[in-house]
Design a protein around this ligand. Structure first.
Ligand SMILES: [Zn+2]
Length: 426
């Protein structure tokens, strides 16, 4: 077969398997794999890999093993059930380049169910879309990569390079799942992560810092209020002040490579607020969990310092906080930004795959969110591409993946695997 024949056969095989791919995707989306509850998803992936004859490595993650590694972020919840699953394909004789394919199976919380048109963990296919929490981010991508490998096989081919298919957790809060695969020793000549990027390749992505503002004071009855000891209103003061820090950082981002033209690359988000105990008690405590982005090349430690100093300064000119300074705690991501580099070969292989499916040069993206690519790229200089389908409402309500875009991104993934690892007739 010449390479045009190979490409056509693989794309036809993706089409032929697409109904089965959607059925498996729906089964995967139906598992409510929020943080700490990813076990059944990992079971399903391990089974799918075993059925297909991959060598399966399924282990519990020990946080102690990861603490000193670059990009580690602290874990606060019960991590005793945390697992990573890797399925490995080894060619009889490895002649091609090796590849890591990675997907995360954790999803963000669904929020109030009455804000969904259909239940988040009952996937619904309608008007060329699949709806459900994680349908887009990124369960359809993970299953797509598995079916991309299936398509190569169904086309009568087998890859000539080693492939690790990695299903990880924690992508939405620390990235420790991806980090655990590197700690375990998995390496390859390139990594490919099929996150839903809207058919664009991520050129550069932000880093993210999670922190918690802890405000504490003395509880009093509301009739004594007026003394300015309300922890919730004090927390509001800090939130507003941090919006100034966000503005400063966006100013700093102007002219930065790739992000210079993005209008607001740094987003500060107070994401969870909790505080107080009773409507007639002045709240003595308030916690606000926050997220802020940083750009590639910015030091996480320096930015942490700046956040701490900013909160201290904002506390000094506030009646309540001056005597009860807020504490800043790190509660998740401590992630650097990442820019693709030393990746010419991988990009060239991907460009061929992309052109065969979409036609034309690869469209690129400066991504204002993060992906796990950073660990492979920054920690081990493994060029790490991120590319996938289109959809909407990731982290929102009525999340969906566009199925036509998924079919195409699955084809591009399969062709990239064939191009990168090489294939031979089986
Ligand atoms: Zn994702």
């Amino acid at each position: 077969m010449n390479s045009d024949d190979i490409r056509r056969k693989i794309q036809d095989a993706v089409d032929a398997g697409f109904d089965a791919q959607l059925a498996t995707t729906a089964d995967f989306v139906a598992i409510p794999s929020t943080r700490g509850a990813e076990g059944p998803c990992q079971d399903m992936i391990a089974d799918l890999l075993r059925e297909r004859g991959y060598e399966v490595d399924d282990w519990h993650i020990n946080v102690e093993d990861l603490k000193d590694l670059r990009g580690f972020g602290p874990i606060e919840h019960d991590f005793s059930k945390a697992r990573t699953v890797v399925g490995t394909y080894r060619p009889a004789t490895a002649r091609g380049r090796s590849l890591i394919l990675q997907g995360h199976c954790d999803v963000v919380p669904a929020g109030p169910l009455d804000m969904w048109d259909t239940p988040p963990f009952t996937p619904v296919v309608k008007d060329g879309r699949m709806y459900g929490r994680g349908a887009c981010d990124m369960k359809s991508g993970t299953i797509g990569a598995l079916f991309a490998l299936d398509a190569i096989k169904a086309a009568g081919l087998k890859p000539t390079g080693r492939i690790h298919f990695q299903s990880v957790i924690e992508e939405e809060s620390t990235g420790l799942g991806a980090l655990s695969t590197l700690q375990r020793g998995y390496r390859a000549d390139a990594c490919f992560i099929p996150e839903p990027t809207g058919g664009k390749m991520v050129r550069s992505q932000v880093g993210v810092i999670w922190f918690r503002l802890k405000v504490r004071g003395h509880p009093v009855h509301v009739f004594e209020a007026g003394s300015g000891s309300n922890a919730i209103t004090a927390a509001y003061h800090l939130i507003q002040s941090l919006e100034q820090l966000e503005a400063e950082w966006n100013e700093r981002a102007k002219g930065a490579p790739h992000f210079g033209k993005v209008s607001h690359p740094i987003n500060f988000n107070p994401g969870i607020i909790s505080g107080g105990d009773w409507a007639s008690s002045v709240p003595a405590w308030c916690d606000v969990d926050c997220r802020i982005a940083i750009l590639p090349g910015w030091s996480v430690a320096d930015c942490q310092d700046e956040i701490r100093r900013h909160v201290a300064a904002a506390s000094r000119n506030h009646r309540f906080l001056a005597n009860n300074p807020a504490v800043v705690e790190w509660c998740g991501f401590l992630s650097e930004g990442y820019e693709l580099k030393d990746s010419a070969e991988a990009e060239a292989a991907f460009a061929k795959a992309y052109d065969a499916v979409y036609g034309g040069p690869v469209r690129e993206l400066a991504f204002t969110a993060l992906t796990d690519t950073r660990f492979y790229g920054l920690n081990h200089n493994i060029p790490s591409l991120c590319f996938g389908a289109s959809g909407a409402a990731l982290h929102g309500f009525n999340e969906y993946v566009d199925l036509d875009s998924l079919r195409k991104s699955t084809k591009a993934t399969a062709l990239f695997i064939a191009e990168w690892c090489g294939v031979e007739e089986s």
